[in-house]
Design a protein around this ligand. Structure first.
Ligand code: SF4
Ligand code: SF4
Length: 344
């Protein structure tokens, strides 16, 4: 497995990283096994967030016993709720992870220009202070909107950028990846398999071998997944023209319907979290019931009161550059969550 350097930080990690967002779905003992398996293969970059329920705790159970042979990133989206909330999440990350230093700590989900403006004020000053004391080594930013992320990197304040990029969502190729590379900002790829909608996982991972990104960080929660992903990257074989064409053909229908979670459509007058609507719809609507579908439906039930308030005003559709039919999906999701049956 190729080892790469994360931007200008000098930190060396394997090309395949470990996204820990799904760890809350498995029991602690199973999570220990999965994480130790990843470490055994040499995977040494771990990505988590305060919002991922007990993910930090599960990482802490294993990583805190390893003599710092890993690099970790955590982040919080509570900068949106004020500095006290952000500080609380920050301190909680150290307690949960049971470590003294966090390599990368940052802002989770900075999507809109006004959000970036807010993060750059007191929350950034706070992180810079923590970096000066050595509790964190580098400041990071994550978000789904490549334009906002590009603007963030131009400020020169960030040493790591994490964003979605995959064979369907190629917008980061326009300016974001180039800006990161020119400024020596490390890049970590979230949703390399488009949140699980791409069936041909091996080619979808090999797609990145032709692009100048640093670490690929799929969410993983089983040894089987780790082994499959590891094999795809380890072979170091970029896609041939024919393989790329086949993959593009496979995802072509998805591309037209696929919400990029960029949040251009936000805010909704009824505070509906539109990207979340699409994530749940994509994973559950018309799908056979299984553990993953049941888990996602359970998450979605929390937003049912907001969904009930949608008046199909169409403001979100006007703002979406991809013509995604949000009101239709809100209605379908409302029915789905109301009935608890994934088949409609
Ligand atoms: S519905 Fe459109 S604008 Fe809204 S997050 Fe999805 S792709 Fe972006
Ligand atoms: S159509 Fe529904 S989801 Fe879209 S902006 Fe209007 S109320 Fe919000």
């Amino acid at each position: 497995m190729q080892t790469i350097t994360l931007g200008k930080t000098g930190l060396r990690v394997k090309k395949l990283g470990f996204g820990a967002m799904y760890l809350p779905r498995i029991k602690p003992e199973e999570s220990d096994r999965v994480l130790n398996h990843a470490l055994g293969l040499g995977i040494n970059y771990f990505d988590t967030a305060a919002a991922y329920m007990d993910s930090e705790e599960k990482l802490g159970r294993v990583l805190s016993k390893r003599a710092k042979d890993f690099i970790i990133m955590s982040r919080s989206n509570s900068w949106k709720m004020g500095i006290d909330a952000f500080r609380k999440d920050f301190e909680q990350s150290f307690q949960r992870l049971k470590i003294q230093t966090i390599d990368f700590y940052g802002f989770h989900a900075v999507n809109q220009p006004d959000e970036l403006e807010l993060a750059m004020k007191e929350p950034l000053a706070f992180l810079k202070g923590e970096k000066a004391t050595g509790r964190i080594s580098h400041i990071a930013i994550t978000g789904h909107n490549p334009v906002t992320m590009t603007e963030a990197l131009k400020t020169g304040e960030f040493e790591m950028a994490m964003f979605p990029f995959n064979v369907i969502e190629r917008e980061p190729l326009q300016t974001l990846i180039d800006t990161a590379n020119k400024r020596g900002v490390a890049t970590s790829i979230m949703k390399p398999l488009a949140g699980g909608v791409i069936e041909s996982k091996q080619p979808a991972l090999r797609f990145f071998l032709d692009h100048t990104i640093d670490v690929i960080t799929p969410g993983m929660m089983s040894i089987k997944e780790i082994d499959e992903n590891f094999k795809a990257i380890d072979e170091g074989r970029p896609l041939s023209k024919k393989e790329l064409a086949d993959l593009e053909e496979e995802v072509s229908s998805l591309g037209k319907e696929f919400c990029r979670r960029c949040s251009y459509c936000m805010p909704c007058p009824h505070n509906i979290m539109i990207p979340f609507v699409h994530m749940i719809h994509m994973k559950c609507y018309g799908k056979e019931m299984n553990d993953d579908v049941a888990y996602t439906l359970e998450l979605g039930k929390r937003m049912l009161p907001q969904l009930e308030a949608c008046e199909a005003c169409g403001k979100c559709v006007e703002k979406c550059p991809y013509d995604i039919p949000t009101p239709k999906r809100v209605e379908e999701l409302r029915e789905l969550l109301g009935s608890g049956n994934s088949k409609h």
